[in-house]
Write a protein that binds this ligand. Structure first.
Ligand SMILES: [Zn+2]
Length: 216
């Protein structure tokens, strides 16, 4: 009897191929998402650098004084402090591109009141006191930061990608908020310093408090 050769795949062969493809996919997906996160991190650094340049132009126009401003938007304190503009309003004439105010790693993550708020952005000030953190300068006393008072601007952190309100310091670590808090809180954030340079930093909540939440 003549046996006809079947050139198609058998079910077993098909299953083996599917298994191999799914193993490869599971290996490559984390690599791909890490590469994507790296790209967002670089974009975010460029946003912060441009915000730093705008702040420098602002201080040059205002005799070396920083604005008294909220980072996000007015009215987040209850009761809201009167006459405190937000940073975006202050830097409006120096920055014409709205997208600079938003980090892509933040999309839909935290700060529902800030995200996509046309008046706000997701970058927040790093200020020494937990009580005043949404604002730079002191609106109650009118005390304004001046660039002359920042003796070592290259060591003085101004803005970062994250939120001290929720202690979300994991904008660029590629892990969820839950993983961040469960795993001892090792986060990755971009920080803009007063001299205009931006640095990516890995740090825990404890380290964050030690470095930035004490009076300077
Ligand atoms: Zn960012």
């Amino acid at each position: 009897m003549k046996r006809t050769r079947n050139y198609g795949f058998t079910l077993i062969e098909l299953l083996v191929v599917i298994a191999i493809i799914s193993i490869l996919a599971s290996i490559l997906t984390p690599v791909y998402s890490r590469a994507q996160e790296k790209a967002r991190q670089i974009d975010c650094g460029s946003n912060l650098r441009q915000l730093g340049m705008a702040l420098m132009m602002y201080t040059q126009d205002y005799d070396g004084l920083y604005p008294i401003a909220y980072a996000f938007w007015t009215g987040t304190l209850n009761p809201p402090l009167p006459q405190v503009p937000n940073l975006k309003t202050c830097l409006d004439s120096y920055i014409r591109n709205d997208q600079i105010w938003w980090c892509r790693s933040w999309v839909g993550k935290y700060g529902y009141y800030a995200w996509r708020n046309p008046r706000g952005g997701n970058y927040d000030f790093i200020v020494p006191s937990p009580n005043t953190h949404p604002v730079i300068g002191d609106p109650t006393t009118g005390r304004v930061w001046s660039d002359a008072s920042l003796t070592r601007p290259s060591e003085y952190p101004l803005l970062f990608c994250g939120s001290p309100w929720t202690l979300t310091l994991n904008a660029h670590s590629g892990i969820s908020d839950e993983e961040f808090f469960q795993g001892g809180g090792l986060g990755t954030i971009n920080i803009l310093y007063a001299d205009g340079h931006v640095k990516i930093q890995n740090l825990t909540v404890q380290r964050w408090n030690q470095l930035y939440m004490r009076p300077r």
